[in-house]
Design a protein around this ligand. Structure first.
Ligand SMILES: C[S@@+](CC[C@H](N)C(=O)[O-])C[C@H]1O[C@@H](n2cnc3c(N)ncnc32)[C@H](O)[C@@H]1O
Length: 242
């Protein structure tokens, strides 16, 4: 039997999503599948250009999962446009061994499954960095959010404003625990946003990158020339040296 094409599956999913009789649970699962199919299609288009999983260029500054936040002189790899290269990093980092000086990501790691993809990413980051090269990683700081519980309502309001101002979930954040749920899971019914799969704090980042072989893992002094300024509040960043 021929392998079914992802295009054919996408059409069937679209038809089911349009049907008023499709149950809510199935809608959620199909939406997630449709998103994965989109990533798969972008990734496979790129692997046709780079069948051995390595691009020919050797950029020395690379951003992973930057979305629309571009950094001057960085090569941007993301699963979806806009980016210099569309690549699903859960499949590895498509760069040559020991070639990168700075590998940057923020608010990306919590969007990949743990342990398989997160630990694979940490090992791949170690592989592509040159000796002495630096991995900078920022994530929502779960320790900060938990340390405020039970929180003053004004802090809840500030977090909602800073993190969810553009989203349609304000009516559903009714208590501080709802906000903790967002930070840990982010699995509401908005098809635009990607769920959070794992929560991190400073200790977990040290453990993850030390296990992957990094020599030192230290707090990173936030630099708005590189990082997205809106991420400074409530995030934890580390710099890991290979
Ligand atoms: C919440 S956005 C953060 C964007 C930007 N770093 C910022 O802080 O504004 C997460 C980004 O990670 C990207 N991403 C998620 N999973 C990915 C994967 N498996 N491979 C590559 N990029 C991924 C998403 O496409 C998205 O651009």
């Amino acid at each position: 039997m021929n392998q079914p094409s992802t295009e054919a599956i996408s059409k069937q999913i679209a038809a089911l999503l349009d049907s008023p009789t499709t149950t809510h649970g199935l809608v959620r699962t199909l939406r997630a599948a449709a998103k994965e199919i989109e990533l798969h299609q972008h990734h496979h288009a790129s692997t046709r250009a780079y069948p051995d999983g390595r691009i020919s260029a050797t950029p020395d500054k690379v951003q992973i999962g930057g979305g629309s936040h571009r950094i001057n002189s960085f090569f941007n790899i993301d699963a979806v446009p806009p980016a210099d290269l569309l690549w699903d990093v859960r499949e590895g980092i498509p760069l040559h061994d020991g070639t990168v000086q700075t590998l940057f990501s923020e608010h990306f790691l919590e969007h990949v499954d743990y342990p398989r993809s997160a630990k694979h990413y940490a090992r791949e980051a170690h592989r592509v960095l040159a000796p002495g090269g630096r991995l900078v990683t920022g994530v929502p700081d779960a320790a900060f959010v938990l340390s405020q519980y039970p929180a003053d309502p004004s802090l809840t309001a500030e977090m909602v404003e800073r993190w969810y101002a553009n989203r349609d979930c304000h009516g559903d954040i009714n208590t501080y625990l709802d906000l903790i749920n967002y930070v840990f899971r982010d699995q509401d019914d908005d098809p635009v946003y990607n769920p959070h799969y794992w929560a991190y704090d400073h200790e977990k980042l040290i453990q993850l990158f030390t296990e992957a072989g990094f020599r030192t893992v230290e707090p990173w002094p936030f630099d708005p020339a590189m990082a997205n300024p809106k991420r400074q509040w409530g995030s934890v960043y580390v710099s890991a040296i290979r």
